[in-house]
Unconditional design. Structure first.
Length: 396
């Protein structure tokens, strides 16, 4: 037995023995739906327990609280968490976006200050990119950061701030050069949320859940050393952040970011849901679509390996990383829409309806799936990225 095989056995046993008890409240599906103190405290304690067991940040440097091991060990942990369907870890933005960014380009002081507490969930992170009036046009950022001695004064607003109500820090894009437009004059901050003048307002989603907030900055003073890099480098750093967010660049701490219903769950649903008095899986059209989803799912699983084989990606080497976010988020949305189709006339029933199928979890998952097609750049923007940067098509 190899070291990895032995480790896989160890990890499987640990999660089987340490899985947290089922709560008496509804757990969110991802960090984008954490809207109550009960949910947050439960998930934060779970992340801390995984980290203290040594199974989070395994490939991050030991001097900053990581495990210092090869990435293959963390990959095994992630796969086992998915297989056993344990709860997700909530500090998604810290573990997957802010943390890798700080490790890649942060100062030594920033690494010492932030990394370990990201892993332990002591410090929760959120993201301040999108704005109420600018939609997906990140370059149109109007939130201002005005230099004032050893501080910056923030004014403006950000929206869709996941975990904003619980975050201690925000990765923030703001305009530092008066009169500048578009990409110039933007700067990047590691902004403390517990600052006078920074307020969050929860946003209720279509599902009735929360998780998103709008964040307001009203003459909020933050220390000048919150600036990451130099003034004017904000766009470059934001684009680097998005490569982590979209999965195009590795280096994430690990752990699963959502409790996702997958294609195999849909396969089980097709065996129990009924159409015309018979199991849905016996319908030839349903079977054909299921096979297509299974093929697509397997293809997505193999893309990471494919990207390491030059003969398979020489012609368009950026196709796999740049298309990953678009492929996976849209696959999930279509898969969950198909799951509702399998339920026939029961599809419109919602959580709380005594006659809904499996408590309405499929309906809830379907509506929540749209978050992933918007966050990190909408599917339309992702399609443009693939068209322009992979296929070389003109912008117009």
């Amino acid at each position: 037995m190899t070291d990895l095989d032995s480790f896989r056995t160890e990890v499987a046993a640990w999660f089987e023995a340490n899985r947290p008890p089922e709560p008496d409240f509804l757990l969110p599906e991802s960090f984008m739906e954490v809207g109550t103190d009960q949910q947050f405290d439960y998930l934060r304690a779970w992340q801390r327990k995984i980290y203290e067991a040594g199974y989070l940040g395994m490939a991050w440097p030991t001097q900053y609280g990581g495990g210092g091991k090869p990435q293959a060990f963390q990959d095994i942990v992630n796969a086992e968490m998915t297989r056993q369907k344990v709860p997700f870890v909530p500090n998604t933005i810290g573990l997957n976006w802010a943390g890798p960014l700080i490790l890649a380009i942060g100062t030594e002081a920033e690494k010492q200050r932030y990394i370990k507490n990201i892993l332990s969930a002591e410090d929760i992170w959120c993201q301040g990119f999108s704005e109420p009036d600018n939609g997906s046009d990140l370059a149109a950022t109007t939130t201002r950061a005005t230099s004032d001695g050893d501080h910056y004064i923030l004014n403006g607003a950000k929206i869709w701030t996941s975990l904003g109500s619980y975050a201690k820090y925000m990765i923030l894009l703001a305009r530092t050069e008066p009169g500048s437009t578009r990409y110039a004059g933007l700067s990047y901050f590691l902004c403390p949320m517990h600052t006078p003048g920074i307020e969050t307002q929860p946003i209720r989603k279509l599902t009735g859940e929360y998780g998103f907030t709008q964040t307001f900055f009203r003459d909020a003073r933050i220390p000048a050393d919150c600036l990451m890099g130099r003034e004017g480098e904000g766009w470059k750093i934001a684009m680097m952040t998005l490569t982590f967010e979209r999965g195009a660049t590795g280096g994430q701490a690990g752990g699963i970011a959502r409790q996702a219903l997958n294609v195999h769950d849909v396969l089980e649903l097709a065996q129990t849901a009924r159409r015309d008095g018979r199991p849905a899986i016996e319908d030839p059209l349903m079977r054909d679509q299921l096979v297509r989803f299974l093929i697509e799912d397997q293809g997505d699983r193999l893309t990471a390996t494919r990207g390491t084989i030059p003969a398979l990606c020489t012609e368009r080497p950026h196709a796999i990383p740049l298309s990953q976010k678009l492929r996976t988020s849209e696959h999930r949305r279509r898969l969950l829409q198909f799951a509702l189709t399998l339920q026939g006339a029961n599809a419109p029933r919602w959580v709380g309806d005594a006659n809904t199928f499996e408590g309405g979890k499929w309906q809830r998952a379907y509506f929540n799936s749209f978050s992933s097609t918007i966050g990190g750049g909408t599917s339309q923007i992702q399609a443009n990225i693939v068209a322009e940067r992979v296929l070389g098509l003109p912008k117009d």
